[in-house]
Design a protein around this ligand. Sequence first.
Ligand code: CA
Length: 381
Amino acid sequence: MKITDFRVHVLKSPLAEPFAFSQGWVKQRSATLLEIITDEGITGWGEAFAQGLEPPEIAAAVIDKALKPLLMGADPLDIEVHWHRMYHMTRDYGRKGSVISGISAVDIALWDIAGKFHELPIYKLLGGAFRTRVRPYATGFYRIKGQGEARRLGEEALRHFDAGFSSMKVKLGYGVDDDIACMEEIGRAIQGKPITLMVDTNHAYGRAEALTLGRALEEFNLRWYEEPVVPEDVQGYVEMRQKLTMPIAGGENEHTLYGFREFLGASAVDVAQPDLGSCGGLTAGRHIVALAQSHGVQVNPHVWGSAIAQAASLQFIAAVPVAHHSLFAQQPILEYDRSSHPFREHLIKKPIEQVGGWVEIPSGPGLGVEVDRAIVEKFRV
Ligand code: CA
């Protein structure tokens, strides 16, 4: 089998109602999708992570200009070989950010091809499924105005609960006082209900404010406190772990085995959160799992992309071992963004859905999803 073509699709759609996370206002949804075509009629799909403020054209250019020329005519099944070649050949201008997101999209598409070729779900090729379904957690609580939205956020928590979510992650990082007011309101709204909360400031603060916020939130029994400081401040992460009681999570802005070596080697996190669309794909995800396992750290992938990224995340979650084995060990959970996303829900023919508090992991070949080309064409720019 040979790779005969790459097709990169940049998708965009303006949001009817822009929303904010701590780093800025998200005004449109965007995605960088990739199709790798082979001479045997098998097509693989991949996706590069497009953070809400990130122009999707950057990863698209990386794929088209830097990676496609390396892989044209090659055997798509040599996945590990291609990963290292792509990394080596982009090292001097890559290693982080959108270059690695481009590599991620290629890698995911190659795994999709391999699964379709062997007629197996990707998790089988990764070593098998530790689980066939996963608990989703609702990511939401974005801001529409900015500050002073505590009451609305309390109501939102109840909406997620009524929709079947027992875990939810609250976006914070809009000022420590406002954050605390929001959490108190959410706490009041969900009192007595079996709900697990997490918080995520998207690295809005320096160490002092991050600690003040963390100390104020200790009563919430958080499953984790995500990105408390900037990803470059590895020692800040270490300080959070030493001075706060809740688990510290991070990693969506870290990349490859090499980036996670710094993070894990310093004992910076309790929960490592590589995003398959930006850490280097499933191949890098597998490297990171091995490294995390050796440090006793749970891997719980981050995902905020379209249905292709969700599908890759699900295949990966199936194959992630627990970090601390016991009869009732804590299992990874699936990030399930509840914000408006016109081409996530409809991009695949059988949408990834939460039913009764669970998401089933697709067991069809490759990513286990079928892309609806009409949707690709509709949002393609
Ligand atoms: Ca996050």
